[in-house]
Design a protein around this ligand. Structure first.
Ligand code: UDX
Length: 436
């Protein structure tokens, strides 16, 4: 079938490339000419493992092409997938302006009976609004569906090729069949539901995972003060099949482009229903305060951050991506600089150029230096913050950063280092909820 994917962010590009790899004719469409020019040359504008190879392979076979022309992408498409951003509004709601702009722009070129699929994360009820937008510009008959994505940055290609399930929210049998056929090669369970349920499933899944992380962080905080060790606690409760030992390593709180936003949006929906005091408001609050609380504790330990040299390891919000959205580094670094610390940072993929947009003012003032190579880092730091669990950072021999008998702290905010080893190297160790 012929497919148009609108929006070439990480969800759009991965989706387009994977469908093209099944042999469909896929157009990736975006209004950003610069991005399209890069993608035409199989250059991925962000860091995502395996994606460049998939782009090269599918473009070479002429299964995938990129364009800025709505007419070119839409006129022959049986399926149009909207994968544009849905940023938050100031009050925590969702801004649907890009989804609506797509609906209006695609409408004049729609082929009869084409299916318009909303993949962007949108609240229940959005398809009715999209329908109105399209209908205001065309008399052509079309179908609508909701197809939420559950892929993770850093493993997006693998997640798309090996999903736990495909959720299809549609209004009629023909649409279920078309989308079922599209996903058949994945051999994944297909859940057929109404569009509103598909949309809510996305929010519920992300909010549940965010709650799980918030929960374990809270338990970790109690552990630290009570002589218990969170890793031992997880190993003990994880045997309960209802709970499991997966997906809840304690840390600085959840970040990234999805969890913070989706939890805030759920809180907002609830507020709009008159339920101001709801679970999602609390999860969001606890997660937002977390880094400040950690810093207060660490500040006490190092005797204040003023004039201290801090080595920050890891800038991206998680490994295998260069995404800085809601990354712990974007909270730790400004706070530490405000407390008059001097920061040297290193990340395997986030280099000066990518960091400029977020950390520009600190880089210019010289309070933050980002080194390109691990070998450029010296042993002068008073404290090391391990912020992202990149494999090359958790397997490092940290003794290289020891400086004689100088007291140095190692704050392992991902609990990925061995406290006994770290102490043997001569550091003072602080993990999350650990006793060492
Ligand atoms: C998430 C969902 O997993 C995915 O299904 C959805 O489509 C988009 O949002 P992503 O944001 O890429 O994906 O990353 P994920 O690996 O889920 O981590 C999210 C955040 O939670 C990160 O900040 C991570 O560090 C944190 N996290 C995750 C923890 O603190 N502890 C954990 O156990 C797991």
């Amino acid at each position: 079938m012929t497919i148009a994917v609108i929006g070439t962010g990480f969800v759009g590009v991965v989706t387009a490339a994977v469908y093209a790899s099944f042999g469909h004719k896929v157009f990736g469409l975006d209004i950003d000419q610069k991005k399209i020019n890069k993608l035409k040359k199989s250059q991925v504008p962000f860091h995502e493992p395996q994606l460049e190879d998939l782009l090269k392979e599918t473009q070479k076979k002429n299964h995938l092409s990129f364009t800025t022309s709505y007419q070119e992408a839409i006129q022959s498409a049986d399926l149009i997938i909207v994968a544009v951003g849905t940023p938050s509004t100031i009050d925590g709601g969702v801004d649907l302006k890009y989804v609506f702009a797509c609906a209006e722009s695609l409408a004049p070129y729609l082929k009869s009976e084409a299916v318009v699929v909303v993949k962007s994360t949108v609240p229940p009820g959005t398809l009715d609004l999209v329908r109105d937008k399209i209908k205001s510009r065309t008399k052509t008959k079309f179908n609508l569906a909701s197809l939420p994505e559950f892929l993770r940055e850093g493993s997006a290609v693998n997640d798309t090729l090996h999903p736990d399930r495909i959720v299809i929210g549609a209004e009629n049998q023909t649409t279920f069949e078309l989308l079922g056929e599209l996903h058949a090669p994945l051999k994944a369970p297909i859940v057929r539901v109404r569009p509103e349920s598909a949309q809510m499933a996305k929010y519920a899944a992300n909010a549940y995972l965010a709650m799980r992380i918030t929960f374990i962080n809270q338990v970790a905080d109690i552990c630290e003060k009570s002589g218990a060790d969170i890793e031992e606690v997880i190993s003990a409760i994880g045997y309960d099949k209802r709970i499991g030992a997966h997906y809840w390593y304690p840390g600085p709180g959840y970040g990234g482009s999805c969890f913070p936003k989706d939890v805030k949006e759920l809180a907002h929906f609830f507020k709009q229903m008159g339920k101001t005091d709801n679970l999602f408001v609390k999860i969001n609050q606890l997660n937002s305060y977390r880094i400040n609380l950690l810093l207060t504790d660490y500040g006490r330990k190092v005797g204040g951050f003023k004039d201290k040299q801090i080595l920050v390891l890891g800038l991206s919000f998680k490994p295998n991506t260069d995404d800085l959205r809601e990354a712990p580094s974007t909270k730790f670094i400004p706070q530490l600089i405000k407390l008059r610390a001097q920061i040297i940072a290193f990340d395997p993929v986030v280099k000066q150029k990518t960091a400029q947009a977020v950390f520009g003012q600190y880089l210019e003032s010289g309070s933050l230096i980002i080194e390109d190579e691990l070998d450029d880092l010296t042993n002068s730091a008073d404290a090391i913050f391990l912020l992202t669990e990149w494999s090359e950072l958790i397997s490092l021999d940290y003794s290289r950063f020891r400086n004689g008998t100088k007291p140095q702290w190692l704050f392992d905010i991902r609990n990925r280092l061995n406290p006994v080893q770290v102490r043997k190297w001569g550091f003072k160790y602080q993990g999350i909820g650990r006793q060492g």
